[in-house]
Write a protein that binds this ligand. Structure first.
Ligand code: BES
Ligand code: MN
Ligand code: MN
Length: 465
């Protein structure tokens, strides 16, 4: 019954639902760059307005040390279960801007191979404005059709892309109003539009910055070269030495806490469809590469990694300048898996870098944000409700997967609120999140709005409240 109601609703409101998302995508809510603070505020305000219009109560912009959290709720009956929706209205920076085929904050609809019905191209289209807004619209539908079966609370933050520094303290201060039964998040992906999946885990993160200093000033590379340590050469070698010939990470103790999967669990994971040729073609690579004895899905799902995100030093301008630089730096991130801890891994990394640096240079290691990995039980009521909802709208049972990305706040929801999260994502890995030409399929957007009310229905039915 719900299905036909929602199908009609989508048919009748198709253009409006899309245009509202387009308007949100026009505001450059980049949290990493303080220049965009007014736009971040404007986006928070817009999300607040949309929640009011959709029928939420107690809608509030909660101030924090950083960007505000948009809070809203609809309590229909204290005795009924409560779904807490989490999402983020901030987006990644758009650069390198010259690699976009259309301006990142002027959304346009184009067809792609993965999205024959069209996709909306804009920064934040998939991550996470498009996915977050599906929840606002699904809520609007349930309000208008009088089918909201339980209570709902919204918590939409504006700092996810910079590590959620204010949300942790905010949830601790707001424990009382964050009483609920489950956290529902659409900020991950499915395998393909005809292959639904639900993440049963996410990786954690330890993000480091390293600075290597050699001589006390930049030197003439002819006059001094050969006799003085070049910090760029040294840093490159130190980074290269972090992996052995099997692409194992060499930092002592790095794998100590890694949860190994049983043969059976790995066999289960291997059932998820994956086409290596498509993968290579999509990325323009001749060969995949990663830790020996693990499949591509395992390498991005259940194994930890170490990657350089940026490296700089010396002369990078036009032409050639012969210089032996004084300093070299790099930003290095490590993706973590259950049961690795981000603080412990940061410390192991720091010790390793300080120890492996030759006496000819000084190293300074600092830790940026981090986050803990999570696992979601596929046997929980929430996971089963999500699975049933997707099965109904996709006509196929979703496959449990492991997401390679991180949403650090999820571990804190568990620790501080005692609540499990359901990673109910509808995007595709190939939607170019964080990259130029980010997009979100129209199919995915509408499918999300169609599927979310069914989660509420099945979760409420099964929660026994
Ligand atoms: N939505 C992503 C995380 C994600 C994407 C998980 C795809 C699974 C599949 C989120 O916005 C994100 O980008 N997180 C950051 C972490 C953060 C601390 C900046 C990440 O994973 O790099
Ligand atoms: Mn996101
Ligand atoms: Mn992101």
């Amino acid at each position: 019954m719900e299905k036909s109601l929602i199908t009609n609703y989508l048919d009748q409101n198709k253009d409006r639902l899309l245009n509202e998302l387009i308007d949100l995508l026009k505001i450059p809510s980049i949290s990493a760059d303080s220049k965009y603070k007014p736009d971040v505020m404007k986006t928070a305000e817009a999300v607040k307005q949309r929640l009011i219009e959709a029928g939420a109560d107690k809608v509030e912009l909660c101030t924090t040390k950083g960007n505000p959290v948009v809070y809203a709720e609809k309590i229909i009956d204290q005795k009924k279960p409560t779904v807490i929706v989490y999402g983020h209205y901030d987006v990644q920076p758009a650069d390198p801007i010259e690699l976009w085929d259309s301006p990142p904050f002027e959304p346009i609809i184009k067809k792609t191979a993965a999205h024959p019905d069209g996709a909306i191209f804009a920064r934040g289209a998939c991550d996470d404005k498009g996915q977050m807004y599906m929840h606002v619209k699904a809520f609007e539908f349930m309000m208008k059709s009088n089918t909201l079966p339980c209570n709902v609370k919204f918590m939409i933050e504006g700092e996810e892309e910079v590590g959620s520094p204010s949300l942790g303290p905010w949830i601790i201060e707001n424990k009382n109003r964050l009483k609920g039964d489950i956290i529902l998040i659409s900020d991950t992906s499915i395998i393909a539009n005809d292959t639904p999946s639900i993440d049963a885990g996410l990786r954690g993160l330890a993000y480091m910055e390293v600075e290597v200093t050699g001589p006390n000033r930049d030197l003439h590379s002819g006059v001094y070269g050969g006799a003085v340590a070049n910090p760029i050469n040294i840093l490159c070698k130190m980074i290269a030495d972090c992996h052995d010939e099997n692409n194992h990470i060499t930092i002592p103790g790095f794998y100590d806490d890694v949860m190994e999967l049983s043969k059976e669990e790995r066999a289960e994971m291997a059932k998820a469809p994956f086409d290596l040729n498509d993968f290579k073609k999509d990325l323009g690579i001749a060969e995949e590469r990663g830790e020996k004895d693990f499949s591509t899905n395992e390498r991005t799902g259940i194994r930890p990694t170490l990657d350089v995100n940026g490296i700089w030093g010396g002369y990078t301008g036009e032409g050639a300048k012969t210089v032996l630089p004084s300093k070299a730096s790099a930003k290095i991130s490590m993706r973590l898996v259950p049961n690795q801890g981000s603080h412990k891994i940061s410390e192991l990394f720091q010790k390793h870098f300080e120890k492996t640096a030759p006496k000819s240079v000084k190293v300074k290691v600092t830790a940026h944000h981090g986050g803990e990995p999570v696992v979601v039980s596929t046997e929980s009521i929430g996971f089963k409700a999500a699975s049933k909802a997707m099965q109904e709208t996709y006509g196929k049972k979703p496959i449990p997967t492991r997401g390679g990305g991180s949403i650090p706040i999820v571990a804190l929801f568990k620790k501080e609120l005692g609540l499990d999260s359901i990673l109910f994502g509808f995007g595709l890995d190939s939607d170019a999140l964080h990259s130029p030409n980010e997009h979100y399929g129209l199919f995915n957007y509408y499918k999300g709005i169609e599927t979310i009310p069914l989660f509420y229905k099945y979760f409420s039915e099964q929660s026994g409240k």
